[in-house]
Design a binder for this molecule. Structure first.
Ligand SMILES: *Cc1c(COP(=O)(O)O)cnc(C)c1O
Length: 396
């Protein structure tokens, strides 16, 4: 595997050199005032990236999965009811985690490739006149299928039903790469990690709690120790952690937020959209289909591409790695062997995306698929030439 090539997995993503350097720090005493100078700006930066005025931000040495556990264990009690749709591997795993914590999950089975059914949520919430449902779970961007869901519509469903349930959003593969509005969408807990839109190595769970979510913590009795946000909040009030923080990663997080805000969040989202559109133009030119069923659910951070019936999509991923030293994503769960994924989030430019598209063509040709070499590259080139970035500050 070559370390020169960019990766095209939907996380961990390519790291800008400046962030690699920011993470690589000499040891410093995490109980000294120096640590506060890293911690507090990093928390403030995350809050801006989440577009929130009032959220409390917590960052754990963990990953996105630990962020789910933080959300659940701090706000719920055994047998509490939660509502969730299953439309891919990540929503499935979040549901599984809830069940392992003894929660009663009402699952709305949704075809893989479709977005969250906000209308079904509304019906179910309206029927729940006793308000037994405590939390609605929503996976903003299903990384397994390349499907984005409409979180504003989920909020409208809650409001239309007049239902007080909390809204938890998994934004692990959307936050810092696709439009995300914690306050405007009334998100009560937002969950992400360091290794996707934030362009850092894996190792941090990043969560935001709304004031309403903070209130729910008082009554929640699920066991929690490592992920207890009250211990964490107490630590923060002394510019410290209840245990040893990942100082280098937090330093990187501070700088990553600075880079994102400096580029401008709207420019970051526009760059992801533009790069994704080039990839989608290539997919069309190849005559292949996305797993995502319609343009309104196309993800700007990852594309899952269906391969022809009878073709094992895993072969694509292994040959790309073995022969060309380039990493693409495999299919997960229900779509294993049926799709391969091109991750296009984080630190990426048009030029990097073109190299991934060109590699994908070589691999498909090697495997005997009916692909015209250069067809996808040309389609993406046309798109990129005609849709230049307004900002030249593309993170790279
Ligand atoms: C990557 C991902 C996760 C899991 O995050 P980890 O950091 O691997 O624990 C959860 N949800 C979504 C949507 C993801 O893309």
């Amino acid at each position: 595997m070559s370390f020169q090539n960019p990766v095209f997995i939907p996380g961990p993503t390519n790291m800008p050199e400046a962030l690699r350097k920011a993470v690589d720090m000499p040891t410093l005493d995490h109980r000294s005032p120096l640590f506060g100078q890293i911690l507090h700006p990093a928390l403030a930066g995350v809050k801006k990236v989440l577009k929130s005025e009032n959220a409390e931000i917590f960052v754990f040495p963990s990953t996105g999965t630990g962020g789910w556990e933080t959300a659940i264990t701090n706000t719920l009690s055994a047998d509490d009811k939660v509502l969730a749709a299953r439309n891919g591997m990540f929503s499935h795993r979040w549901i599984d985690m809830c069940q392992r914590h003894g929660l009663d999950v009402q699952i709305v089975e949704t075809p893989w490739g479709e977005g969250l059914p906000a209308d079904r949520y509304e019906e179910i919430l309206t029927a729940d006149t006793a308000h037994e449902i405590k939390v609605v779970l929503a996976t903003h961007n299903e990384t397994a299928t390349g499907v984005k869901s409409d979180i504003a519509a989920v909020r409208r469903a809650l409001d239309a039903a007049g239902h007080p349930a909390l809204l938890f959003v998994d934004g692990v593969s959307s936050i810092a790469s696709m439009d995300f509005r914690m306050d405007e969408w009334g998100v009560d807990i937002a969950v992400t990690g360091s290794q996707k839109g934030f362009m850092l190595p894996p190792g941090l769970a990043i969560v935001g709690f709304s004031p309403k979510a903070m209130q729910a913590v008082e009554a929640a009795t699920l066991p929690r120790t490592f992920f207890d946000i009250k211990d964490m909040a107490l630590g923060y009030s002394n510019s410290a952690y209840p245990y040893t923080p990942s100082v280098g990663l937090l330093n990187g997080l501070n700088m990553a937020c600075g880079m994102l805000l400096d580029e401008g969040l709207e420019n970051v989202f526009a760059r992801h959209y533009r790069i994704a559109e080039g990839v989608r133009a290539a997919v069309r030119a190849w005559g292949l289909e996305l797993c995502a069923v319609s343009p309104d659910v196309y993800s700007d951070s990852v594309s899952a591409i269906r391969t022809p019936d009878g073709f094992d999509a895993n072969k694509f991923v292994s040959l790309a790695a073995e022969k060309y030293g380039v990493a693409f994503g495999t299919g997960l769960g229900e779509v294993a062997g049926k799709v391969f994924r091109i991750g296009h989030l984080g630190s990426l430019t048009d030029v990097m995306a073109l190299s991934g598209i060109a590699t994908a063509e070589m691999v498909m040709a090697d495997l005997g698929l009916n692909i015209q070499l250069g067809s996808g590259v040309a389609a993406a080139q046309d798109y990129y030439r005609g849709n230049q970035a307004s900002s030249t500050k593309a993170a790279a």
